[in-house]
Design a protein around this ligand. Structure first.
Ligand SMILES: Nc1ncnc2c1ncn2[C@@H]1O[C@H](COP(=O)(O)OP(=O)(O)OP(=O)(O)O)[C@@H](O)[C@H]1O
Ligand SMILES: [Mg+2]
Length: 654
């Protein structure tokens, strides 16, 4: 029976073995009615220890053989005590073992009795005193140490504990714990863990050091460094466990604080590393996109021109259509790369995320897989954000496309949610990228979650890298662009995903107090795409100069071209009176677009100058704020786009 000491043969046996005193079960031997000896039937471990005999040598042996001789007077006293059922104590000396013993005889049956053996008393000390001294010594040892200490039998029942231990579990006196187990004292989970430790210590027969929590009576959890040891009987058998536990809560707390600090430092390092990675990849992607835009401008513009000179029934038109389609796709790629580099085109205005999503409604539902259920949960009264509508549209599309692809041909749900919340530094800790730059405030968010395939941690750590894709035909630019756009808007990006369960992306943008405007800028009314007069075009790419000349000359303009800024300035000086408009590329050798602009303006503060670049309008225009730039043309451009801009400016001044 667990929990009740002393019941059952095992319990008794183990209890006997844990006693300080030697205990033996004996049987008197009679010869013709006279007691002549006694046999030691069985004895506990301490009996052997007290006598200095091995346990196996004791059982079944006659006392006279064990001790060398037994005094007849003692035998008489013993048999009289057994007959009368009274206890008797006497001191004996064993000539064989050369030891004094103190012996208590406890009658048990017609011939049997138990003996309790302890060392002989110190000279001048009574048995009771000796026993008392032993107990006192034990208690003094236990209670005066600063750590919790205990002794348990093989079943995990407490045989002795010290005062601190009793106090730790809310009991006033150590005696109250005797006979109880961990299960009576601690919460079940802890108690079972302790018992498992005890079992492990006994199975291994070796001391074990563990660090474990103990729930105090006041509910506070403290940490203890515990040494648990098996208790051996002299014959080598294990009869219980003993332990000492030192309170190491303060050290533990300091360690945990250090660990947390280390984790934070690691996160910070990671975030700095991410920022550097974004920075350098951004420069690379932006550079490539810029150069490609120049090439695409030539391809797209010339395709356009070629078509205008071909008769309508010419079959080569179809080929040109394909060239244009492919070029537009390439331009889309460049747009994503520019977005990633943070150099995409920006037209910042107050935007309502809800309105943006509603306006995209049709587009979104065709982009999602047929099997997927598309749910929109748009929060009412959403504050507006200052953003570029086209770019936000790109974010939504890229996220929805990914969600749809994650669901694939299975059934699933895609949920698009908007909302607003207050975010502080803490909220950005698990955001992607260089979240240190984010400021606390109210953010409007847009969240796309799907019940698709989800991602492993390994994939998750790479999804924002440009050109990382797990899809057969994926370009791996979708999320790179999303990240670039979100960063460009000083927003935050969060993602959570579990393999097989789905993924949630959340983009947060700082809010803006003013009223939101419609997502898309209204298209300009039909324009007059013809003009006259002299236009000076400066670009270091010969193909672009030719393209611009072709486009403008076909519309009625005269064109003069320059291969760099210095040449453009020279030409301007020579033809200042005739030139109606100057078109400058930004990056040119000798004198760049900005330098050339300033030099020409010095000669004539009212001349109209347009800048054309593969970089974003926002970035370029920033160089000319307050300097009277007439316009900007984004590369790559179609003939109509280029001409439209030039004509608008020329006609506006008429
Ligand atoms: N919702 C999602 N569920 C599971 N995996 C996703 C999800 N969104 C993105 N991923 C993983 O991230 C990778 C990168 O996504 P990203 O949009 O940048 O590129 P892509 O979709 O592979 O190609 P594309 O350039 O055509 O968008 C994907 O290939 C996919 O492994
Ligand atoms: Mg994608």
């Amino acid at each position: 029976m667990e929990g009740v000491p002393g019941k059952g043969p095992d319990g008794l046996a183990s209890l006997f073995d844990l006693l300080e005193e030697g205990v033996a079960l004996c049987e008197l031997v009679y010869d013709e009615g006279v007691c002549v000896d006694y046999v030691v039937v069985d004895a506990n471990a301490q009996y052997a220890a007290h006598t200095g005999l091995a346990r196996a040598d004791v059982a079944g042996q006659r006392a006279s053989a064990l001790f060398g001789s037994v005094e007849a007077a003692h035998l008489r006293e013993c048999s009289a005590a057994v007959a009368e059922g009274t206890r008797v104590r006497f001191d004996v000396f064993s000539p064989r073992l050369g030891r004094h013993f103190s012996l208590l005889v406890v009658p048990m049956g017609p011939r049997s009795f138990g003996t309790v053996v302890s060392h002989g008393a110190a000279p001048g000390e009574s048995h009771e005193q000796a026993l008392e001294t032993g107990r006192l010594a034990q208690r003094a040892l236990l209670d005066n140490q600063p750590h919790l200490a205990w002794l348990k039998d093989v079943h995990g029942r407490f045989l002795a504990v010290n005062k601190i231990f009793a106090e730790a579990c809310g009991l006033g006196s150590p005696e109250l714990l005797v006979g109880k187990t961990d299960l009576d004292v601690w919460p079940r989970e802890l108690a079972e863990a302790y018992r498992a430790d005890d079992a492990a210590v006994m199975a291994a027969g070796r001391q074990k050091a563990v660090e474990e929590p103990i729930e105090g009576i006041d509910g506070t959890r403290r940490w203890f460094e515990t040494y648990k040891s098996p208790v051996f009987a002299p014959d080598g058998s294990i009869v219980g466990t003993t332990g000492v536990a030192r309170d190491v809560t303060e050290r533990k707390q300091a360690e945990q604080r250090a660990l947390r600090a280390e984790e934070e430092r690691h996160k910070l390092e990671l975030s700095v590393f991410q920022a550097q990675k974004l920075e350098s990849l951004g420069v690379l992607a932006g550079g490539i996109a810029h150069d490609f835009n120049n090439l695409l401008t030539t391809i797209l513009g010339n395709t356009d021109l070629a078509r205008t000179v071909l008769p309508p029934d010419q079959p080569a038109r179809a080929f040109l259509d394909d060239v244009e389609l492919a070029t537009r796709r390439a331009a889309d790629l460049c747009r994503e790369m520019l977005a990633y580099s943070g150099k995409g085109r920006f037209v910042i205005q107050p935007i309502s995320l809800n309105q943006l999503v509603s306006e995209m409604g049709q587009l979104l539902s065709v982009s999602t897989s047929k099997k997927a259920t598309f749910i929109q949960a748009l929060a009412p009264d959403l504050p507006s954000v200052l953003a570029d509508a086209t770019q936000l549209g790109q974010v939504v599309m890229n996220l929805i496309t990914n969600a749809s692809e994650a669901i694939g041909d299975n059934e699933g749900t895609i949920t698009l949610r908007t909302g607003a919340l207050w975010c502080d530094r803490h909220h950005f800790l698990d955001a992607i990228g260089d979240n240190e730059r984010l400021v606390a405030g109210t953010y409007a968010f847009l969240e796309v979650s799907d019940t698709g395939v989800g991602m492993e941690a390994e994939t998750l750590s790479r999804i924002f890298d440009p050109f990382y894709s797990t899809k057969f035909a994926g370009r791996g630019l979708g999320l790179a662009a999303v990240l670039g756009i979100v960063r460009g808007h000083k927003g935050a990006l969060k993602v959570s995903s579990r393999p097989g369960k789905g993924t949630t992306f959340r983009v947060l943008f700082p809010t803006h107090g003013g009223p939101a405007q419609a997502g898309e800028a209204k298209l300009a009314a039909a324009r007059d795409l013809r003009g006259d007069g002299l236009v000076l075009v400066a670009d270091d790419e010969a193909a672009i100069r030719t393209l611009a000349r072709n486009i403008l000359e076909r519309a009625g303009f005269r064109v003069m071209t320059a291969a760099d800024g210095r040449e453009a300035l020279e030409l301007y000086k020579q033809h200042a009176r005739e030139i109606r408009l100057v078109v400058l590329d930004m990056t040119m050798p000798h004198l760049d677009g900005e330098g050339c602009f300033l030099a020409i303006r010095e000669l004539n503060p009212t001349v109209k100058i347009v800048v054309s670049s593969g970089y974003s309008e926002q970035e370029v225009v920033a160089h000319f704020v307050g300097r009277g730039l007439a316009g900007f043309v984004q590369k790559p451009y179609t003939a109509d786009q280029f001409l439209g801009k030039i004509c608008d400016i020329v006609h506006a001044s008429e």
